[in-house]
Design a binder for this molecule. Structure first.
Ligand SMILES: [Zn+2]
Length: 125
């Protein structure tokens, strides 16, 4: 299961980050996931709940920011966001394009920490 290994990796990153920052745990973990990353949000949430037990991510809220596919349109001369991944063509003028500029993201964007003195601070890994 693809999502399970991603969840494992996310928990690892969070744990390392919490340890390195000398914090108590993570409050919020924000992920950026592109439409082309083939990640099922519900499965990832479910997997995350499974693997985080006993880690600094145990009580963290998982926030998933969905990134649309963005292609370069030669006709319009600009980058355009696609409404879906069925058709790689400019939604404005219909020109097909395989020049993908965004949508493959699978990153931890930010980790909000709960430090030992119970304060919350935001930082980027
Ligand atoms: Zn266009």
């Amino acid at each position: 299961m693809h999502e399970l290994s991603i969840a494992h990796r996310v928990v690892e990153i969070v744990s390392e980050h919490v340890r390195a920052a000398g914090a108590a745990s993570a409050a919020v973990v924000t992920l950026r996931i592109g439409a082309l990353a083939s990640v099922h949000e519900d499965s990832l949430q479910f997997s995350f709940d499974l693997v985080r037990e006993g880690t600094p991510a145990a009580t963290a809220r998982l926030v998933i920011v969905a990134i649309p596919v963005r292609i370069w349109c030669d006709t319009c001369g600009r980058e355009v966001d696609l409404p879906g991944i069925q058709r790689f063509a400019c939604p404005a003028c219909g020109t097909p394009s395989g020049d993908i500029r965004a949508g493959r993201e699978l990153d931890v964007e930010s980790i909000e920490l709960v430090d030992s003195s119970a304060g919350v601070s935001e930082s980027t890994p």
